[in-house]
Design a protein around this ligand. Structure first.
Ligand SMILES: [Zn+2]
Ligand SMILES: [Zn+2]
Length: 337
């Protein structure tokens, strides 16, 4: 029987184990994908550390998958062996629950999560439901495509649904895995893009990625600086500190939105600022497979690329630790080939 290598976790807080398993068959409504690259994401700690109830072990993490269709399951129209594809966090939706019937596929009550409710991309093959699969442009290297399936679609989809129009002042708060893509997308979408991060040393990179203005939140009050520029129509909050998010909300223009995509702790919001300026604090959920497909196509056309550190599957533990250290510039990616 043909086998594949995967990196699995067998118990909460257990180590990564590289094991041989039989290559699985694609069932009805599913595709088998040969994985070329898979990003290592902070959310993979849900599996590694058992932070989410109901995860069945052993489990193969990984929801930033780039690869090629290797087998098409029975009753699957529209997909062919050999097509380049990606799979992201959204691991598919049922199509018949009330949320799906309203078009809110991301909120499907039977929704799956790649690498959490089924085995993900830390391995040579995975099986994915067709609703989880995005078509990938031919000329995008898999290691560059992989992080776009998570950090990319999250920032791209949040910005394109933010209500900001070309020319509007849009601030991207934080210059990490999400922020370094957010600045690029904001600039390519035609927004007047402001980068906000801690320290003067990040300014050259923020400007290189497309920010026209840089605010060092350690040396300056980011809210006051944004107000000097007329206020931000949107602040895309990618940081993981609630306190830091709270400190930028005063920089919103009238009708401005603080768009939260960083999983930070709670922070105080000023009702007076909201009601006197029709301001909003809102979250965004990343996206489904068609949003990822749009993200990939836009990235290829506009030249948006993630900055990555690449590891082979054998060094998955090292790559994971590097991601956890917060020192990676900026995404860590496993390369299978
Ligand atoms: Zn991710
Ligand atoms: Zn559904």
């Amino acid at each position: 029987m043909a086998t594949m290598r995967v990196a699995q976790i067998t118990r909460p807080k257990g180590p990564f184990e590289i094991v041989e398993r039989p290559i699985p068959e694609a069932g009805a409504g599913a595709l088998r994908i040969k994985v070329h690259a898979c990003g290592i994401c902070h959310s993979d700690s849900l599996v590694k550390d058992g932070l989410m109830a109901g995860i069945q072990y052993p489990r193969v993490p990984g929801h930033e998958v780039a690869g090629v269709i290797d087998q098409v399951g029975p009753g699957v129209p529209g997909w062919e062996v050999g097509q380049k594809v990606g799979v992201g966090w959204n691991g598919g939706y049922c199509g018949y629950c009330d949320q799906c019937r309203r078009g809110e596929f991301f909120a499907c009550v039977r929704g799956q999560v790649t690498g959490i409710t089924f085995d993900g991309g830390y391995g040579e093959y995975l099986i994915a439901p067709t609703s989880a699969v995005a078509r990938m442009p031919d000329d995008l290297p898999p290691t560059e495509a992989a992080p776009l399936m998570c950090a990319g679609v999250t920032t791209f989809n949040a910005l394109r649904n933010s209500g900001a129009r070309p020319g509007d002042l849009v601030a991207v708060h934080g210059l990490g895995g999400l922020g370094h893509l957010g600045i690029q997308y904001a600039a390519k979408m035609g927004f007047n893009t402001v980068g906000i991060a801690r320290g003067k040393d990040k300014e050259p990179l923020a400007r290189k990625l497309g920010a026209t203005t840089y605010i060092d939140s350690q040396a300056q009050d980011p809210a006051a600086e944004l107000q000097k520029l007329g206020g931000a129509k949107v602040i895309l909050a990618t940081v993981t500190s609630g306190e830091a998010m709270g400190a930028v909300q005063g920089g919103l223009a009238v009708n401005g939105t603080l768009l939260v995509i960083g999983a930070a702790e709670s922070f105080p919001v000023s009702p007076l600022s909201l009601l006197t300026g029709c301001r909003a604090v809102k979250g965004w959920y990343s996206g489904t497979s068609i949003d990822s497909q749009d993200t990939l196509a836009f990235s290829v056309r506009s030249g948006v690329r993630p900055m990555n550190e690449i590891y082979p599957l054998d060094r998955v533990s090292e790559g994971y630790d590097r991601m956890l250290s917060g020192k990676a510039r900026f995404r860590v990616v496993l390369k299978m080939l």
